[in-house]
Design a protein around this ligand. Structure first.
Ligand code: PMP
Ligand code: GLN
Length: 382
């Protein structure tokens, strides 16, 4: 059989988490928290199940959840989105990315991807017979080179996929970045897929810039969010897509035949928890403490921090003081020999570009971060 994805292997998250398990390493690779989620949220799920919310939810999602999300979007981003026609609950953001690309792409279309990029984007573009046109973000801060983005636009450009706060680099877009994107796409038919799953994890007083805040961008965007990141529950695979009605209509045509709908009791629980905005507004403070603790530990170790994470729950680090291996070899070596698993950043570059950086996930209990730092002290004795 001819493969639809001949160049795709196993995702780096599976590779590194498996290696961590095999070698009993502390897993700072795949992005998931290791601390408990809200017990209130769990009791709301139980309550929903016991009250009989166990059958299919409506295809676009529970009305209560869509309503509370519309209010949140209005409050945070001053955008009025109709919960009936412009918000759809999905089984995670990765699923929504697939549906969004499938809804908009025709064979031969081009999509501009800023690399390093979350590894699901390009395979989803290829599955739809379209081409990824990659533009490198600028080492070492990984800001956007807007001139290069401009040069990458062609008559075939159907969409640009953006991600802020950015995985894996921790770069957070500025208002100027949004204005540049707006200027480049105004008066064109270019659509935007905006991956904003880390919307609530902006650090050091930064605020999240959403495409939803900019009218011109909002009218051409499908915006993807994930409850997994907001409520520390990545295993729930719950997310949503927000888009203007004409785009959402196409998105739902795909969604109704891929998943049809999303887990009912969890939607019920999320709607209830979201009534309290403190549940997510305290996240910058929570993650800033973790990032700072982790950076303090790294400062005693032979890593180079080119830039403090501005957002997301990832921190990049250089290891040139330790050895000159490629990043994949280094991450494998660190897992096997030191007992700490990380993600090599080149896995997020289609051409394998290797800036010799690894990505640490600091969404971990303080004791896990301490234990990892303790193991990495061995690096000082090599
Ligand atoms: N986008 C980015 C940038 C991510 O890091 C992740 C990580 N999980 C996702 C999308 C997917 O979110 P979900 O788990 O809800 O599919
Ligand atoms: N988003 C997570 C990360 O970047 C993992 C998602 C996945 O395993 N597919 O680590």
């Amino acid at each position: 059989m001819q493969s639809k994805l001949p160049h795709v292997g196993t995702t780096i998250f599976t590779v590194m988490s498996n290696l961590a398990r095999e070698h009993n390493a502390i897993n700072l690779s795949q992005g998931f928290p290791d601390y408990p989620i809200s017990s209130k949220l769990i009791s709301y799920v139980n309550e929903a199940m016991l009250s009989g919310f166990n059958q299919y939810a409506p295809m676009p999602g529970l009305p209560e959840l869509r309503a509370v999300l519309a209010q949140k979007i209005e409050r945070l981003y001053q955008a009025t989105m109709n919960p009936d026609t412009e918000i759809t609950i999905t089984p995670g953001a990765t699923y929504a990315i697939y549906c969004a690309f499938t809804a908009i792409l025709q064979p031969g279309d081009e999509v501009i991807v800023l690399e390093p990029a979350y590894d699901s984007y390009i395979p989803n573009i290829h599955l739809n017979g379209a081409k990824a046109v990659c533009v490198a973000l600028q080492y070492p801060d990984y800001s956007v080179n807007w001139q290069k983005v401009k040069e990458a636009i062609s008559p075939k450009t159907k969409a640009i996929i953006i991600n802020t706060p950015h995985n894996p680099t921790g770069y957070v877009w500025t208002a100027d970045d949004m204005k540049q994107l707006d200027a480049l796409t105004a008066n064109t038919d270019i659509l935007i897929l905006s991956d904003e799953v880390y919307e609530h994890i902006t650090l050091d007083g930064r605020t999240h810039e959403s495409v939803l805040q900019y009218e011109g961008l909002r009218n051409r965007s499908l915006v993807l969010f994930s409850f997994g990141k907001v409520f520390h529950a990545t295993g729930w695979k719950m997310g949503y897509c927000v888009a203007p009605e004409p785009l959402m209509k196409e998105f739902r045509k795909v969604h109704q035949f891929v998943g049809f709908t999303t887990n009912t009791p969890m939607q019920y629980a999320l709607a209830k928890l979201l009534e309290d905005e403190n549940e997510y507004l305290q996240l910058p403070h929570f993650f800033e403490k973790k990032r700072d603790l982790f950076l303090e530990m790294l400062s005693d170790l032979p890593f180079t921090i080119h830039q403090k994470s501005q957002g997301s729950y990832f921190q990049l680090a250089g290891y040139e003081k330790i050895n000159d291996m490629g990043d994949k070899d280094f991450a494998t070596w660190l897992t096997k020999e030191i007992g700490v698993a990380t993600i090599p950043v080149s896995a997020f570059n289609q051409d394998g570009r290797d800036d010799k950086l690894i990505r640490f996930c600091f969404a971990k209990m303080d004791s896990t971060l301490h234990a990892a730092a303790e193991r990495m002290k061995k690096l000082l004795t090599l």
